[in-house]
Design a binder for this molecule. Structure first.
Ligand code: ADP
Length: 656
């Protein structure tokens, strides 16, 4: 969902030496860990060795799903779309994600760099890194850390990076102080132990008097004294942020001509650059923050508004982090409202990262309701309910109130409490009546109205609601094609329930067109599957086979086994309709295979299907029929549904 930054590796200019380390890095070892103290040159070294690597800097706030999305974009660009397809289809299984990442790295022979691994606090990511480091063979994995990373010691090549050699220090200094005497260079080398960042600062300060005690502060103090106002401001503003800041954001927070200031800071070795973004080395940041005089809050506000304008899930998460630092309840209310209105993907794609941020402000009722939504999405209804009720006591403003009530209708429906759902719906209606111009409230109201009516099996009324919903989504200020397709499918489904199959097909087709127009593979295949079902009922077995086949292939590919079984079932019975018994049996066998590992009940019908197919071909299918019936004995509902589906193929009496 978000574009990849142009380059996230640090830029390396005036790089000197490190020949042996470069050779080791680029050598045959598939996993390399570079470790050493801050500023010793780890990142520069790795960036120098690999210029088209995937580069990820850890900051302690990431979650596996977050990293997975970033890697998915990279791997997709390199010709491996499987991971991004999987994630876009809603796949969230950690094991599959890890497997797909590994497959992608190997297939595209990517170089993957994780920087600042020592900042990682997430157990799942640590185990992911151990997993990769024990398996990557054809691609390359590089870990950069201040501490020796805890990974497979047998397989990993460790490079403990230390200071530059004396001749390398000399070269580095000569680039910055042309004509420096060898004696002075040697003196500075010994003083700094060849630490490149300190050498650069020493060069900037034009040498050092005195000894090594708090050399760093001394050097910075010397340099800082000589900076002009603008340089100081840009440094202080940059020091407020943990991650690289884009030039355009900096311009907004400092000067229109910030680039020129940055250019001079870059030359002085005080600022580092990654693509279009600038940052301070960790060592410098701490120092500058101590002497900083800028007003943090106003800069955070400016930065937050900058990020939110970009309208991506990633920038939202960063903005949220700074909203937390502001500690301003109103800001949390505003920013979560914006998330609900425009950035629904945050909750779907980055639930762990978002949850981690929300926990830091869990006293805020607005954070509570967001947490509740994340719990709800994961199926923890009771927990969600508790939080929503608590939030309701404190939130202000109709928008947030409406949002909670909307979710309550959902929970009540899911939990089968139709009366409660209806009660809440009438509260929603009250708010809706006084905010008819608010596109979110309008859409939300019709969504819930349709849902309640569907749950009550009031099909005609539900249809009316669904058409209102469709109108509301189409006039929503942002395109919301996933929802639009979903509504069209829901309309189709309601027509199926009403027995109007041709009408149903029309709406399924329209939903499919919407999904196609926005390249939404998951929604497209959902469309194929549903069309397959209707075509089967209409006994258009040819078309049903084609559509169900497409859907089956896709859902198998993205490892969504529940839907894959739906599609395979439809494919099998459609093939039976065509009299293709052999092919049908092959598909049924695929179902059986999936069921053995996933235990989805629908899969057990595969045994019945195989049994029936054998009998149809005059073979003995009894064994299969028995197994199938045995497995389904407890599941009356499914069993009845199964035989009902078969009446399309056979007369009722045959089935009995
Ligand atoms: P680390 O990743 O170990 O914290 P960096 O790679 O960020 O260190 O390096 C710190 C600073 O020293 C950077 O400004 C970088 O440009 C400079 N530097 C590091 N190694 C070299 C080198 N081999 N030649 C020239 N400059 C270097």
């Amino acid at each position: 969902p978000q574009p990849l930054p142009a380059s996230s590796a640090p830029e390396v200019e005036n790089f000197v030496g490190r020949d042996e380390e470069l050779k080791l890095l680029k050598g045959s070892s598939p996993v390399v860990a570079v470790f050493g103290i801050a500023g010793i040159g780890k990142s520069s070294l790795v960036a120098r060795a690999f210029d088209d690597a995937f580069w990820y800097s850890m900051d302690g706030s990431e979650s596996l799903e977050y990293i997975a999305w970033r890697m998915a974009l990279h791997l997709n660009m390199k010709g491996f779309p499987e991971l991004i397809e999987y994630l876009r289809a809603g796949g969230r299984d950690t094991k599959s994600i890890k497997g797909l990442i590994l497959e992608g790295i190997e297939e595209t022979r990517s170089v993957i760099v994780f920087e600042d691994v020592h900042k990682c606090t997430d157990g799942e990511i640590e185990s992911f890194l151990r997993f990769l480091s024990s398996r990557v063979e054809r691609g390359k994995l590089v870990l950069i850390s201040r501490e020796k990373p805890r990974v497979d010691y047998e397989r990993v090549l460790f490079i403990h990076l230390r200071g530059l050699k004396v001749e390398e220090s000399h070269r580095l200094l000569s680039l910055r102080i042309p004509g420096i005497t060898p004696e002075e260079a040697v003196r500075l080398h010994h003083l700094t132990l060849g630490h490149p960042l300190l050498l650069a600062l020493a060069a900037e300060a034009r040498g050092v008097a005195g000894d090594r005690t708090s050399l760093f502060e001394y050097l910075l103090g010397e340099i800082y004294e000589k900076l002009d106002e603008r340089e100081r401001l840009v440094l202080q503003v940059l020091a407020l942020f943990d991650e690289p800041v884009e030039l355009s954001a900096l311009k907004r927070m400092t000067y229109g001509s910030a680039f020129l200031v940055l250019y001079s800071l870059l030359n002085k070795g005080l600022v580092e650059r990654k693509g279009e973004s600038y940052y301070l080395h960790d060592l410098l940041r701490a120092f500058i923050r101590e002497i900083s005089e800028v007003d943090e809050k106003s800069h955070y506000r400016e930065y937050i508004s900058y990020l939110l304008e970009k309208n991506t899930a990633r920038d939202f998460l960063t903005a949220f982090k700074y909203a937390i630092r502001l500690g301003d309840e109103e800001m949390i209310a505003d920013i979560t409202e914006l998330r609900i209105r425009r950035l629904w993907r945050v909750a779907l794609d980055f639930p762990t990262a978002y949850m981690r941020l929300l926990r830091k402000v869990e006293d805020s009722p607005y954070a509570k309701k967001e947490m509740a939504r994340l719990y709800f999405n994961r199926g923890f209804f009771e927990r969600a309910l508790g939080l929503w009720h608590k939030a309701l006591e404190d939130i202000e403003g109709d928008f947030h109130r409406f949002d909670v009530l909307m979710m309550l209708v959902d929970v009540h429906c899911e939990m089968g409490n139709i009366e409660l759902a209806e009660g809440t719906l009438s509260e929603l209606e009250g708010i809706f009546r006084s905010h008819k111009d608010d596109p979110y409230i309008k859409l939300g109201y019709y969504i819930e109205l349709t849902k309640v009516r569907t749950f009550k099996r009031e099909r005609e009324k539900a249809l009316e609601g669904a058409f209102k919903e469709l109108e509301a989504v189409r006039s929503y200020p942002e395109p919301y094609p996933e929802l639009e397709a979903l509504i069209l499918y829901h309309i189709g489904y309601l027509y199926v329930e009403l027995g109007e199959l041709q009408r149903a097909l029309t709406y399924y087709r329209e939903g499919l067109e919407t999904a196609k127009a926005y390249s939404l593979p998951f929604m497209m295949n959902l469309g194929y599957l549903q069309m397959g079902i209707v075509q089967y009922y209409l006994r258009n077995f040819n078309e049903a086979t084609g559509n169900a086949g497409k859907a089956a292939e896709y859902f198998l590919g993205v490892r969504n086994y529940r839907r894959a079984l739906d599609a395979l079932f439809r494919l099998t019975v459609s093939l039976m309709g065509l009299g293709e018994y052999g092919k049908a049996e092959n598909q049924a066998k695929k179902m059986a295979e999936i069921t053995q590992s996933t235990n989805y009940p629908l899969g057990w019908t595969a045994y019945l299907l195989i049994g029936i197919l054998r009998e149809l071909r005059g073979e003995d299918g009894e064994q299969y029929l028995e197994t199938g019936l045995e497995k389904l004995r407890e599941n009356d509902y499914l069993c009845r549904g199964f035989f009902e589906e078969l009446t399309v193929l056979f007369d009722e009496k045959d089935v009995n």
